[in-house]
Design a protein around this ligand. Structure first.
Ligand code: GDP
Ligand code: MG
Length: 196
């Protein structure tokens, strides 16, 4: 059993040399800035604000490693798609992201990637690029469709079927940090990927 409430922010890495060398399995959370990554983490672990929810998108370019019960790391990847980034910030984003997804960066401990897509906005062109890269490059990934509370039933079904058309065969979990919808399903999916 994993106590999902026993969580701490272990490492905030501003460069890839700071990534942990620990043997713990890792689940990476990927998505554009403002998609709801920090909110997802807070909801998953039942805390209001361990992960900082920002009203100013794109602020942080770090990789944050949250240890869960000292049994796994949730890895908060820096968001993409934020237009107002300086060349230096873009360089850092690439160094961190490329560094992480190489075997060296994740020490071969990456078990799955949770790709967040804003269900209301739908996949952006950056999201599509990311998802086609994931399809080719990682063994296990799934979609967390965020902000599901913003859609009514009809909109929601439309949005989900549009997503399904794009990524056939990938699990899609509708999620809302406002209502807590999807929280258990996301944890179950994470545990399943640890068993593989
Ligand atoms: N309605 C709604 N808003 C959300 C949800 N998740 C996040 N938000 C809002 O979206 C904004 C960005 O959230 P944040 O978690 O900081 O996104 P991040 O940049 O991906 O880490 C904040 O204003 C949040 O309050 C959700 O499930 N429902
Ligand atoms: Mg965030």
């Amino acid at each position: 059993m994993i106590n999902t409430k026993n969580v701490e922010l272990s490492i905030t890495a501003g460069k890839s040399s700071q990534f942990p060398k620990s043997a713990l399995p890792q689940i990476a959370l990927s998505g554009r800035s403002n998609v709801g990554k920090s909110s997802l983490i807070n909801t998953l672990i039942g805390r209001k604000s361990l992960a900082r929810v920002s009203s100013a998108p794109g602020k942080t370019i770090t990789v944050n490693f949250y240890s869960v019960d000292k049994k796994l790391f949730l890895v908060d990847m820096p968001g993409y798609g934020y237009a107002k980034r300086s060349p230096e910030e873009k360089r850092r984003w690439s160094e961190l992201t490329d560094g992480y997804y190489t075997h060296d960066g994740s020490c071969g401990r990456l078990r799955a990637v949770a790709q967040l897509i804003d269900l209301k906005v739908g996949p952006t062109s950056d999201d599509l690029t990311m998802m086609s890269w994931l399809s080719e490059s990682v063994d296990d990934w799934f979609i967390v469709a965020t902000k599901a509370d913003k859609l009514n039933k009809t909109e929601r079904e439309k949005a989900l079927s549009r997503l399904l058309d794009i990524v056939d065969g990938v699990d899609i979990i509708p999620f809302s940090s406002q209502t807590g919808e999807g929280k258990e399903q996301v944890w179950e999916r994470i545990f399943k990927s640890l068993d593989n």
